[in-house]
Write a protein that binds this ligand. Structure first.
Ligand code: CP3
Length: 354
């Protein structure tokens, strides 16, 4: 294996000292970049891009050519897992993801099978191997998956939802069936992430975009418990290095306390919680990643720099901070504005690591 030239991300995720705060950006490969849109066009559509290891590698590397980022993130989607479970994922422009066969009955959940991950998702592991080879040790590669609850919302509702009527109905009327769905997606996801790690992912993040839409007790029963099951089953060390696990529940707030007790290494934090407060919640048990509001990137360079300064100051001194946005970068952002953010983190963060 090639020696890693920049391991700041892995060190910060383990709360080891670093000379400056490392950074990467959620959705760093995406539609705000003209070169991404051109490659997607070449692939035909989004899923064809995900299924083509060379083109998935190309879009993974695009943001690293523009910006001094400290990690690459695998280009794929969280919904490849439900797709592999047989639900038939497709995308409708302007409407987002859809499933041809959503889980509309308790029987459909009972009949759902944990798939052969190597067979159904081999294209993802091929992409991981291709990306690792092309990265040549410059920065670490982050693998990822969705949380069972977040994937479950799309599997049950059949697409994006604001109110989650079907899955909340299951939580109220057939909670054992929802437990069973969470278990099956957790088992599939554990195998899926371990196969990414075997193929070369050097850290993994679980995206729990919708878990905090539940009441706290239901968050713990369905979303937290299923993420705990995954954390317990993951490969945590490979080639003599720890494989850090990051959990990102959007809007977690005080639930960060519960998330910190799962045995993960780091937690993603969105902009509705100050990092100073988040540090108190987690009692320095884990590293924190975040948390500038992505809307800031629509503002002037001065406002972006102020946002970076505020975020760094909010975490304060010492190791254990990975700079990121509080959620993904949106398609309308001017790429130059992300450059302003990246430069500001490089310039302003060393003072917090003396
Ligand atoms: O961060 C990265 O650069 C890696 C790639 C990545 C994508 N999706 C690519 C993508 C990651 C980590 C995801 C995660 C994901 N996907 C989440 C969790 C994180 C979050 O943002 O909340 C969720 C909920 C999904 C499901 C999903 N995929 C939705 C709702 C959509 C439609 C979004 C929209 O605005 O249209 C997607 C499609 C998708 N996934 C795109 C990209 C770049 C855009 C599709 C395109 O290029 O046409």
């Amino acid at each position: 294996m090639t020696e890693l030239k920049n391991d700041l991300l892995l060190r910060a995720l383990m709360k080891e000292p670093v000379p400056r705060t490392p950074l990467w950006i959620m959705r760093q490969a995406g539609r705000y970049l003209p070169e991404y849109r051109a490659t997607r066009e070449q692939a035909g559509d989004f899923m064809s891009l995900c299924r083509n290891p060379d083109l998935a590698c190309e879009v993974t590397l695009q943001p690293l050519r523009r910006y001094a980022l400290d990690a690459a993130i695998l280009f794929s989607d969280i919904l490849t897992v439900p797709d592999a479970m047989g639900l038939g994922l497709y995308f409708v422009t302007g409407e987002g993801p859809k499933f041809r066969d959503p889980l509309q009955t308790v029987d459909a959940i009972r009949n759902l099978r944990v798939p052969d991950v190597e067979k159904e998702l081999g294209y993802v592991f091929d992409a991981v191997r291709t990306i690792r080879r092309e990265l040549n040790g410059e920065v670490p590669l982050i693998g990822f998956a969705g949380s069972p609850f977040t994937c479950g919302t799309y599997m049950v509702e059949g697409g994006s939802s604001r109110e989650f009527p079907t899955i909340k109905g299951l939580a109220a009327d057939a909670p054992e069936a929802l437990d069973e769905l969470m278990d099956k997606v957790a088992d599939t996801t554990t195998e899926y992430l371990n196969a990414q790690i075997e193929a070369g992912a050097q850290a993994v993040q679980i995206f729990d975009t919708w878990g905090a839409a539940l009441e706290p007790d239901n968050f713990r029963r369905f979303s937290l418990a299923s993420m705990q099951k995954i954390v317990d089953g993951l490969i945590r060390e490979k080639d003599g290095r720890r494989i850090p696990v990051i959990l990102f529940t959007k809007g977690a707030g005080p639930l960060l306390k519960d998330l910190a007790d799962t045995g993960c290494d780091a937690l993603g934090v969105d902009w509705t919680t100050d990092l100073e407060q988040a540090r108190e919640y987690v009692q320095d048990k884990v590293a924190l990643q975040g948390n500038l509001d992505p809307a800031t990137l629509r503002e002037s360079p001065e406002v972006i720099r102020e946002g970076v300064a505020r975020t760094l100051a909010s975490y304060g001194n010492g190791p254990g901070h990975v700079f990121n946005l509080g959620h993904g970068i949106t398609p309308d952002i001017d790429p130059d504005n992300l450059g302003v953010l990246v430069d500001a983190v490089h310039e302003m963060s060393p003072q917090y690591h003396t």
